[in-house]
Design a protein around this ligand. Structure first.
Ligand SMILES: [Zn+2]
Length: 120
C-alpha cells in the first residue's frame, strides 16, 4: 500500500492532476481498476498488483486521466492525455498482461471473450 501511494504521487505528477485522490483495493473479477469521479477514489484490482510497476503505473495513469478530465469516457481526448504519459507500446503491453491475468482468474478459455473482462 505504501508503494502504491508512492507510485500514485508519481503518476499524479506525470498526468498533471493535482486534485484529491484516494486509493482503495478490491479483488475484482472482471475489472482492472475503477475511478469514482464523485468520491475521487481509484480502486485497483488486488489480483493485478504483482504484475509489475509498469502495469500498475499504467492503471493509475489511466484512472487519473479519468479524474483529470472528469469523464468516464474513452474518447479521443482521453487517449491523447493517456498517450502523453504512457507510450503506446507500453499501453498495449500493460493491457495484454491485465487481460491475460483477468482471464486466468476467471478460468476463461481463449476465444470466448464476448463476455470477458473489461478494462475500465
Ligand atoms: Zn477507463
Amino acid at each position: 500500500m505504501e508503494e502504491l501511494e508512492k507510485l500514485l504521487a508519481e503518476c499524479k505528477k506525470l498526468v498533471g492532476y493535482e486534485g484529491p485522490v484516494r486509493i482503495a483495493l478490491k479483488p475484482y473479477k472482471l475489472k482492472a481498476a475503477t475511478a469514482n469521479i464523485k468520491s475521487r477514489t481509484i480502486t485497483v484490482n488486488t489480483h493485478l498488483l504483482d504484475l509489475g510497476e509498469d502495469v500498475i503505473r499504467y492503471l493509475l495513469v489511466h484512472e487519473l486521466v479519468h479524474l483529470k478530465l472528469n469523464s468516464r469516457y474513452h474518447d479521443s481526448v482521453f487517449h491523447e492525455e493517456l498517450l502523453k504519459v504512457v507510450p503506446e507500446d507500453e499501453v498495449r503491453r500493460a493491457r495484454h498482461m491485465i487481460i491475460e491475468r483477468l482471464l486466468e482468474i476467471n478460468n476463461v478459455r481463449r476465444g470466448r471473450r464476448s463476455s470477458g473482462p473489461s478494462l475500465d
